[in-house]
Design a binder for this molecule. Sequence first.
Ligand code: CUA
Length: 627
Amino acid sequence: MRAARNNLLIDAKLSGAVRVVFGLAFLVALSISTAAQLAPMPAGVQQNQLPATLQNVGIEQRLNDQIPLDVHFRDEDGQDVELGRYFGRRPLVLTLVYYQCPMLCTQILNGVERSIKVLSFGLGTDFEIVSVSINPRETPQLASEKKVQYLRSYNHAGAEAGWHFLTGTQESIERLAAAVGYKYAYDPKTDLYAHASGIVVLTPGGRISRYFYGIEYPPRDLRLGLVEASQNKIGTPVDKVLLYCFHYDPSTGKYSLLVLNLVRLGGILTIIGVVLMLIIINRKRKKEMERQINIEGWQLALLPLFPEQASSHAGAVDALLYFLLGITTLITILIFFLIIYYMIKYRRRRDDEIGRPVVPIFQLEVAWIAIPFVITMVIFAWGAKLYFDASEPPSNSLEVYVVGKQWMWKIQHIGGQREINELHVPVGRDIKLTMTTEDVIHSFFIPAFRIKADAVPGRFSTTWFRATKAGQYHLFCAEYCGTNHSGMIGWVYVMEPSEYEAWLSGGPTEGSLASNGQKLFQQLGCSTCHLATGQGRGPRLIGIYGKPVTLNDGTTVTADDNYIRESILDPKAKVVAGFQPIMPTFRGIISEEQLLQLTAYIKSLGSEESQAGGGGVAPAPGQVPIR
Ligand code: CUA
């Protein structure tokens, strides 16, 4: 058994080795053939049936080699010069040509000239050109003529000090040509030289930096080549960015785009853009707040992520938010950690490695269903508790009525004080908001109090708060309600009780809500049916507020704000047991504010009875008793 297993292993190893050998052989063959296809055809060389003279012609790359600087040539004036005198300051372009060449050399020099004409680098200030004749029989006079010809065409002042046309002995030429890998041949039959076409970019120190092939040298490539040869001593920051995206490819002698670097650059730019945007937005926000609330600058430096906590709800709401933030942060970190951990632990170690099947573990499956379930239920229960806390006002709350309208908040106090886009309340007192709207849905939102409740057409909704800090707090509409939704904002002024009393008595009032409601009750003729005796055509209203009412279909409803409202606007919907559905609707006749006044009046009737105890109805002074 064991032996068989070992054999198997050996077999496996053997076959593995065989495969590796074959694979390697295949790879080598492949790379040779692709190299043959991709390798630059040394310029000017044809592969098949080369004439003997051409077989050793071409450019062999010697990137980063040092060229001999002690070689001697003659300059245009016939003076003996050492090649090294042109080096040491700036990058150079070297062209090996011969001046009487009938074809290619002229093309090469023309190509160089075309390219440097477009280049913003100065010939003689940023870089230099050295043209060396490969024909030892050519004279300085010929070189001088060429120089005059090209400088006239280039036509830049000071360029004569930057382009050098040299001639030299066979020995000097051969040394230089060999150093840069330039292979050429002399054909005595035609008295011409066979050579490749291309130019070489050299560093100021005389090292070979770049080769460019052919007779056209794109100015961008030449520019990047010179920048790199100078080791960034010339060129602009733009060149550096370009060099990050374009890389010299020795096999083509061209600069080509590096897509990956381009993508990286795009990513970095995006991140910078987002950060800039955030900074700008935050600054604007700070300035805005400074303008509006006069907060000290140092307080704003703390970056207000959360609004102030100014109500009894705030702490509890924030606690839940912190809990949610904590849970999500922990889970995010856990997931990231696990991704990296498993990436390393379960990485592929060998090329032929195959993954093992996953066996489900029952306990694990139960755990990852149960734990998230428990967490979400905690969130749900916690959130529900906060919701109920915020929607059930304590019984002794001070009532404030809010009517939303495109695009303002109209607020009425029990005492009859009216405000628009402002709400004055005393500190430390429970405030119940009864809200509705005259048109579309609005949402009453005070961030510092952590309350937000919709004002919905056709019904009253309630929320409440107890302000814990005197001050001024922003009030928003938090439901998109039309063009000027963003302008539907205001302020809540939380005042010390004494200040609040002063404010209440200071403002002009037109009577309390309830007394206005009572006037309406008379004007609209409600009092003719809803008699205090209970003998009228409508039910008696004294003491009904908040009490259960039996309807004629046998069901029971509570006579709350919404029931009263419905009974005024849609009287036939829920008729009280024992009465006829004869009341006309007041829809379209009375406004939301008048509805509030009527409701407040009916409410005040309830409290009168309880105050009166068993002593019968005691109408408020000056009130017409309800018959
Ligand atoms: Cu009202 Cu938005």
